[in-house]
Ligand binder design. Structure first.
Ligand code: SAM
Length: 482
């Protein structure tokens, strides 16, 4: 791996930058593999991960010479309570529990986001959080796991195609308190002072991911760093009015360039009236604390030659300014009929839910989230909210995939257990030849975790796994050998 000369020169003199160690780690070691567990899906790490560790996720290349399962060890990521390094990269695609949303594959340094949430916020309180640049959803799924049930997470992505991927990952995570939006940051100006917390994981020149993404090396140029820096300022300036006074801004990038890191801090403190906030990092002495050149404000740098993870930068701020509230006339969502409500409630764990029509489908929201939904709907392009339930046709619930992934689905719903081979067939949307105890709509489970819906007829089973997210790859047959 040849790192651009101009790039290396531009990092000289930056806090914690050690040219030789930095070049070595890029040339000699691969990025570690790491995952973050989904606490809402009931995973006790040791047991769940040892399940994941058994036969199903056999690596495609590693299996060639062996009949025995790949043993994958895990060790904790120090700054994230649900994060784990894996000793090898399994084939996540062929692990049904990955598709069931039991964990998210995420780079370890970026899981440091947990620290500002834990250190600077009262997470028992209901908080309104905006994740402004959210696709594909690594930080959003992490934030969701940290927040109380009464909190709201608005997870936004400006690029439409990427916002669909974001919704898919939010659905897989199984949560109810997230609203996914597809808006330009400017749109949030219509919500002055609305959010308690704003996370801006900004689009950047990507040098922090050079070990994982060789294309990023080709695309790197000083000019692109300048463009990214200007875009980062624009994004922040556009969205900051939506943060309330004393609200917390968490800014992060996966770039090492000062133009995108310390210089943005200086601009936020010097020109945007933000107050820099420090974190306790004594427990992790290899995370480099950096001070910005003009205002001496603090940020945190992650170098792969110092910590086990990729390049990352994070800094925190409180907003000093108070915004003038603006009046928004909330929308009046169309509620389902009493009959429809009682039919759906037979399928849910709780009766404390509101059901409304959104884009011709029924969605479930907790009552407090319904209020926020009504405020947000007139100003934002809402892609997904709460839990997509489906529809009621001829007094029967016709469920949507998202419902099967959610934690509000009643455990009394009929279910059929699948063995590993059938689970993979199901996820590939192939025909299943299986016995079911009953006919009609039911979930299929793998190791007790729902993968999605089937409709069992008398002589066949219809597979309702969504085709947009089905596994497209064929699996190496050797992987089935025991
Ligand atoms: N936070 C995400 C995660 O943890 O999975 C990664 C976000 S990525 C670093 C930055 C995101 O910003 C991308 O999804 C990109 O599409 C989006 N983006 C690009 N240009 C943008 C703009 N002008 N305003 C807001 N977001 C933008």
């Amino acid at each position: 791996m040849k790192l651009p000369e101009k790039f290396l020169q531009s990092l000289e003199g930056l806090a914690g930058f050690d040219m030789e160690a930095f070049i070595n780690v890029h040339e000699q070691s691969a990025a570690p593999v790491s995952i973050r567990i989904n606490p809402a899906k009931g995973s006790v790490v040791s047991s769940e991960w040892s399940m994941v560790n058994t036969q199903p996720i056999i690596g495609e290349t590693e299996v060639k010479d062996t009949d025995s399962p790949l043993t994958i060890h895990h060790s904790p990521i120090p700054w994230c309570s649900t994060g784990f390094y894996l000793s090898q990269r399994p084939s996540f695609t062929f692990d049904p529990l990955f598709h069931a949303g039991l964990y998210y594959v995420q780079e370890a340094s970026s899981m440091f986001l947990e620290q500002p949430f834990k250190q600077l916020l009262d997470l028992q309180q209901p908080l309104k959080v905006l994740d402004l640049c959210a696709a594909p959803g690594g930080k959003s799924t992490h934030i969701q796991s940290l927040l109380s049930k009464e909190s709201l997470l608005v997870s936004n992505e400006v690029i439409k195609q990427r916002s669909y991927v974001l919704s898919d990952n939010i659905i897989k995570w199984g949560c109810q308190n997230v609203i996914v939006t597809n808006n330009d940051p400017k749109a949030f100006q219509k919500l002055p002072g609305y959010f308690d917390v704003m996370v801006v994981d900004a689009p950047c020149s990507g040098s922090g991911l050079f070990r994982k993404d060789k294309e990023a090396i080709e695309e790197w140029s000083p000019n692109n760093v300048q463009l990214c820096s200007q875009r980062q300022q624009r994004i922040l300036a556009d969205a900051l009015p939506a943060l309330k006074q004393d609200g917390l801004l968490i800014y992060s990038t996966c770039s090492y360039s000062a133009e995108e890191d310390e210089q943005i801090i200086d601009w936020l403190v010097g020109e945007m009236d933000m107050e820099n906030v420090a974190l306790q990092t004594e427990n992790w002495p290899d995370i480099v604390q950096t001070a910005s050149p003009l205002t001496h404000s603090i940020g945190y740098r992650f170098y792969p030659d110092k910590i086990k993870g990729e390049g990352f930068f994070l800094a925190c701020f409180r907003k000093k300014e108070k915004e003038q509230a603006s009046k928004i006339r909330p929308s009046k969502p169309e509620a389902v009929s009493a009959k429809e409500k009682s039919l759906i409630e037979e399928w849910t764990t709780t009766k404390d839910l509101s059901f409304i029509y959104y884009r011709d489908e029924i969605i479930a929201l907790s009552p407090h989230l319904l209020q926020e939904f009504s405020v947000l709907q007139p100003v934002l392009n809402i892609q997904y909210a709460g839990v997509r339930i489906g529809s009621v046709l001829k007094d029967k619930v016709v469920p949507q995939h998202a419902f099967s992934q959610s934690t509000i689905l009643s455990s009394a719903i009929p279910a059929t257990k699948l063995i590993y081979e059938d689970a993979i067939k199901y996820l590939q949307r192939q025909d299943l030849v299986i016995e079911t105890a009953t006919t009609g709509w039911q979930v299929v489970r793998y190791k007790n975790h729902s993968l999605g819906w089937i409709n069992a007829l008398k002589n066949r089973v219809n597979n309702y796994y969504p085709k947009e997210i089905r596994i497209l790859k064929a699996q190496n047959n050797i992987a089935f050998k025991k």
